[in-house]
Design a protein around this ligand. Structure first.
Ligand SMILES: Cc1cc2nc3c(=O)[nH]c(=O)nc-3n(C[C@H](O)[C@H](O)[C@H](O)COP(=O)(O)O)c2cc1C
Length: 186
């Protein structure tokens, strides 16, 4: 049976609303998956254990909030250590070849802010080229990203209706991801 590894890059998942909602919805509606929580693993990744998890998976999902137009530093640090030469890339580095690579993320800014001439200066896809290239270098199949904009909720500051909307949007996101993963397993 095909296997899914979901790597959660949120540095504080317990305090998350959007990414936690997506992961909870995926657990409820999606196919079985192994969850690797980088906030629990911390800044010293267990490289061999995590490489074995990656090797074992047919589908690799990166679940994260956008921080400074990219993935959180904790997740990038993990990639730097775990996607090593001779494992993920290089002549002998073929462990990830042929695997499906799905990115799934949330942003604080609304969709309208991601456009040329807008507050974020570029469309969302412009910020994703590095994931596409990671997939290309490692020989993985880059799947169409799934993302939800406008997920900024600050307890005690944001009005409650924002919380309700973020939960609703992220439940829809989780359901979409669940369907995508079922498709990818076929
Ligand atoms: C350090 C930091 C940097 C952020 N940078 C961005 C950014 O570049 N673009 C954006 O749209 N949102 C940005 N945000 C907002 C987060 O993406 C948003 O709060 C997150 O997606 C909500 O997910 P959560 O509830 O799981 O934490 C940033 C938030 C933090 C804390």
């Amino acid at each position: 049976m095909s296997k899914i590894l979901v790597v959660s890059g949120h540095p504080r998942l317990a305090q998350s609303l959007a990414n936690r909602t997506i992961l909870e919805t995926l657990k409820e509606k999606g196919p079985d998956f192994t969850l690797l929580r980088l906030d629990e693993e911390g800044w010293e990744p267990q490289v061999e254990k995590d490489q074995a998890l990656l090797k074992d998976a047919d589908v690799i999902v990166f679940q994260f909030p956008i921080f400074w137009y990219s993935y959180p530093a904790l997740m990038k640090h993990w990639v730097e250590d775990v996607f090593a030469h001779g494992f993920a890339y290089g002549t002998a580095g073929t462990a990830l070849k042929g695997k499906k690579f799905q990115i799934s993320f949330t942003t604080g800014s609304p969709a309208s802010a991601y456009r040329a001439g807008g507050p974020n200066g570029h469309v969302m896809e412009d910020f994703l080229f590095n994931f596409q290239q990671i997939a290309a270098l490692c020989g993985m199949e880059y799947e169409e990203p799934i993302y939800t904009n406008g997920c900024a909720y600050i307890p005690g500051v944001s009005p409650e209706f924002v919380k309700d909307r973020v939960i609703k949007d992220c439940e829809a996101h989780g359901a979409k991801l669940a369907e995508r993963l079922k498709e990818l397993l076929k």
